[in-house]
Write a protein that binds this ligand. Structure first.
Ligand SMILES: [Zn+2]
Length: 486
């Protein structure tokens, strides 16, 4: 008998303080439904791609409902969560006999009317299908606690940041779900919270001591029949369960799951001071001076404006324009207005634009610049880097503009500049630049660590500070989270 597994995905990483709300229309713009989902994601390094691979290899059928992966933006509007929760319940009810559900979520989606968006979606699925095994693949940056998964059977998250294992995470979720269905055995599922909050920039899983702590999870897995997800958490989503956590899925039962999760959580807590100071953070002026010093000595220097959250901050752009750094690329700056104005002026034209800085005052505000338009038009591509490899990206109306030796790509839709694509799509090469100004937090490391001669992580007075003590939490109780605070 062919197993029938429903699949649904709703994925947003929310910065609570970003004023731009992610609306239902925003989710709809990137939403695929039904047969579009396997058509878009089969063979890609994405959760949907991984789930599909395992199900098809096992002779099971995916019953695709919806898949909307919005990325890292502001809060979701409540109406969007209600709409997808309703659609999930309706879809489960209308799909005929089902054997399981894979519900792909982020973990740090935040909407004002919900204490825990992911918990709400899982509970809604459970209410619609009381006896259905439910597996939840998650982002490593999810904020979760035991209550999040009270109505789920299985939860697993990415093990790497950069998230180069999205496909494998889908595979782990689907394999565990099929195992539960075939054997009738429900695994133990535990979540432990160490009371540690780290900024995204320090959540890269190759950094020490984080890498060694994550290795402990792999050792536990080798010793027992379990799947452990060390969660980096997401400092900028303000909820009662903000911060790191450990999820243990254990086929030896609930007690084993609780013990292993607690053991690893204790180790994270013990390492909290080291976790909070894993890499040097530069002031922008010092980073510019260092980039100028390194200029001409080979590979590009990456300056990382990590505190930017909407891909439109101008602190870094202002700094590189005011310095003599050689050839500079500023990829995927989100500014639909400027992209449209550049497109209206046309390739070859000089046009004065108010670039960037429109999403919030903390971004540094718009920058009035007269630029030469090099190219403009609609831009779509599929990801070439390992992070989301093969997934479709739609930048909307896009313009490549130049001022002096600084080139800026202005895009109409939020997109991650984490690999070579921001260069390749214009027929360019990153190696031909002296400085590349990125806004990524960890995902850039997979492509740029081998490419760059230096990565200078800078802090700017923006919405995603490296010092998490600057975040004005309302929901999250910080009293237990900063035991190392002087
Ligand atoms: Zn993430």
């Amino acid at each position: 008998m062919t197993r029938r597994i429903a699949f649904a995905g709703l994925n947003l990483e929310s910065v609570t303080a970003v004023p731009q709300v992610s609306t239902l229309a925003d989710f709809e713009r990137v939403c695929f439904r039904g047969a579009e989902i396997p058509a878009q994601y089969r063979g890609t390094n994405t959760v949907a791609g991984g789930v599909l691979k395992v199900l098809e290899d096992a002779g099971a059928e995916m019953v695709p409902l919806f898949h909307s992966l919005l990325g890292a933006l502001g809060p979701a509007e409540d109406a969007a969560i209600f709409a997808f929760a309703d659609e999930l319940a309706r879809g489960l009810a209308a799909s005929g006999p089902l054997d399981g559900l894979v519900l792909y979520l982020h973990g740090a989606c935040w909407a004002p009317g919900f204490a825990d968006v992911e918990r709400t979606l899982i509970e809604r699925a459970r209410a619609a299908a009381p006896d259905l095994p439910i597996a939840v693949p998650l982002d490593y940056h999810g904020n979760v606690d035991a209550a999040t998964f009270a109505a789920a059977d299985i939860a697993v998250a990415y093990r790497h940041s950069p998230h180069i294992d999205m496909g494998e995470t889908g595979e782990r979720a689907a394999r565990a779900l099929l195992r539960m269905i075939e054997t009738g055995a429900r695994p133990g599922l535990a979540v432990a919270r160490p009371g540690v909050v780290i900024p995204s920039i320090l959540s890269a899983t190759a950094l020490q001591p984080l890498a060694s702590l994550i290795d402990m999870a792999r050792a536990e897995e080798a010793a027992g029949d379990c799947d452990i997800s060390v969660m980096g958490g997401f400092a900028y989503a303000d909820s009662a369960n903000t911060g790191m956590s450990v999820i243990c899925l254990d086929w030896q039962g609930q007690q084993a799951a609780e013990e292993k999760a607690a053991r690893l959580s204790d180790a994270l807590h013990a390492a909290r001071v080291e976790l909070s100071g894993a890499i040097p953070i530069w002031q922008m002026d010092d980073a510019i001076a260092e980039a100028a010093r390194l200029r001409g000595s080979g590979a590009p220097v990456v300056i990382l404006e990590h505190a930017d959250r909407m891909n439109d901050s101008t602190h870094g752009l202002r700094a590189v324009l005011g310095a003599d750094l050689g050839r500079v690329m500023v990829p995927f700056l989100l500014d639909p207005e400027s992209a449209a104005a550049a497109h209206a002026a046309g390739a070859g034209a000089d046009v004065t634009l108010n670039i960037g800085g429109k999403s919030a005052p903390e971004t540094g505000g718009p920058l009035a610049l007269t630029v030469r338009v090099l190219w403009s038009g609609e831009k779509r591509f599929t990801v070439s880097g390992r992070y989301q490899q093969g997934a479709p990206v739609d930048l909307g109306l896009t313009a490549l503009v130049e001022v002096g030796e600084v080139r800026i790509s202005l895009v109409s839709h939020f997109a991650f500049a984490v690999d070579g694509d921001p260069f390749f799509i214009f027929g360019e090469r990153p190696e031909d630049y002296d400085v590349i100004l990125l806004r990524s937090k960890t995902h850039f490391r997979d492509f740029y660590t081998p490419l760059a001669q230096a990565i200078l992580v800078t802090d700017t007075p923006d919405l995603g500070p490296a010092d998490v003590r600057l975040i004005p939490y309302r929901q999250f109780d910080t009293s237990g989270a900063y035991p190392w605070r002087p």
